[in-house]
Design a protein around this ligand. Structure first.
Ligand SMILES: [Zn+2]
Length: 292
C-alpha cells in the first residue's frame, strides 16, 4: 500500500455533539498533533438532550427550550476547534432517552426510527469523500444503550461495508474501502478498578464505588485489542468536554478524578479492532498499526 504521500485519515462516527469529546478525545488530540486528518461525523443535533450542568446559564433558555439545538451547535464549534478536527452533521434528529417503565415509544421521525438504508446513506457519502483509513464507532450495545448510540453503531457497520461496494449507493461517489474499523471501549472494569485503587492510594475518595458494585460482563473486557497512550492529551480532552457546557458539569463526575491520578493509573484510551484489511499483530498501541 502506498501511503507515502498521503496524510493518514481517521473518522469517528458519533451519535450526539459531546460524544466526540467524551469518547476517544485524547487519542483524537494525539493523532491531530501527529498530523493525522481527523473527521467527526455527528449523527444527530442533540436536539432532545437535557441540560445536565446545574451551573449552565443562558438567556432565554427557560422560556425557549428549543434554543438547545442552536446552543449545542455553538458548543460543537468550540469543541471542534479545541480538538483540531473537521466535522459534519449527518442531519438526523435526536431520539431522546426513553425514560420510564415501560419505555415510551420513540418520537416520530427520530434517528433511531429511520430505516437503515436511508440512515446509512449520508455516512456512505462522507466515507467516500473523506476516504478514512481508520473508522471508529460504538459496539453493538452502543457503549451505553441510548437508541441513537445503537443506531450509530448500526449505520457505521453498514456504511463501512456499503461504502466499499460499487454496487451499492452508486450515486454517492466512488467506492472506498476503510482499512480498519474499531469500537470504543470506555469504562472497562479494569480501568475503573485501577483508578479506584489509585484514588485510595492517594487518600482520596473514589467516585467509582457504585459503579464497581454493579456487575460487569467479564467477556466484554477481553475484547480490547488496542490501547492508545494519550495521557499528554487529557487536558485537551477536558477542554473539549467543558465546551459542551449544557451537558458537562465542570464540578461533576467527569472531573472527579484528578488528572495526575488518571494519568498514573490509566494513561490510555482503549479500542476493539473489529474489521481489518491490514496486517497488525494484536495487541496494538496504535489505530494505524499496519498502515504506516
Ligand atoms: Zn450520545
Amino acid at each position: 500500500m502506498d501511503l507515502v504521500d498521503e496524510r493518514l485519515r481517521l473518522m469517528h462516527v458519533h451519535a450526539h455533539p459531546d460524544d466526540e469529546s467524551s469518547k476517544g478525545a485524547a487519542s483524537t488530540a494525539k493523532y491531530v498533533a501527529e498530523g493525522v486528518d481527523v473527521h467527526v461525523a455527528t449523527c444527530t443535533g442533540g436536539e432532545r438532550g437535557s441540560i445536565l450542568n446545574p451551573g449552565f446559564e443562558h438567556p432565554g433558555i427557560v422560556e425557549n427550550p428549543e434554543l438547545i439545538t442552536e446552543i449545542r451547535r455553538e458548543e460543537m464549534d468550540r469543541a471542534r476547534e479545541i480538538l483540531g478536527v473537521t466535522q459534519d452533521w449527518l442531519g438526523f434528529v435526536d431520539s431522546g432517552w426513553p425514560d420510564g417503565d415501560p419505555k415510551p415509544p420513540l418520537p416520530e421521525g427520530c434517528f433511531a426510527l429511520v430505516p437503515i438504508e436511508e440512515a446509512a446513506a449520508p455516512l456512505v457519502r462522507l466515507i467516500r469523500s473523506f476516504r478514512p483509513h481508520v473508522m471508529t464507532t460504538y459496539d453493538e450495545n452502543g457503549g451505553y444503550p441510548h437508541p441513537d448510540h445503537i443506531k450509530c453503531h448500526e449505520i457505521s457497520v453498514y456504511a463501512f461495508e456499503a461504502a466499499a461496494d460499487p454496487e451499492r449507493y452508486p450515486e454517492l461517489g466512488e467506492p472506498w474501502q476503510v482499512k480498519k474499523l474499531y469500537y470504543h471501549f470506555g469504562f472497562s472494569r479494569a480501568r475503573t478498578e485501577a483508578i479506584d485503587a489509585a484514588m485510595k492510594k492517594h487518600g482520596l475518595e473514589s467516585p467509582y464505588a457504585e459503579r464497581l458494585a454493579r456487575s460487569f460482563d467479564p467477556e466484554r473486557e477481553k475484547r480490547v485489542t488496542t490501547r492508545v497512550e494519550c495521557a499528554d492529551y487529557f487536558d485537551i480532552r477536558d477542554a473539549a468536554l467543558i465546551a459542551h457546557a449544557t451537558q458537562i458539569d465542570p464540578n461533576g463526575f467527569w472531573f472527579a478524578v484528578p488528572r495526575e491520578i488518571e494519568k498514573e493509573a490509566w494513561p490510555t484510551e482503549d479500542y476493539e479492532l473489529v474489521k481489518s484489511f491490514v496486517d497488525s499483530p494484536l495487541p496494538e498501541d496504535d489505530l494505524f498499526a499496519g498502515l504506516r
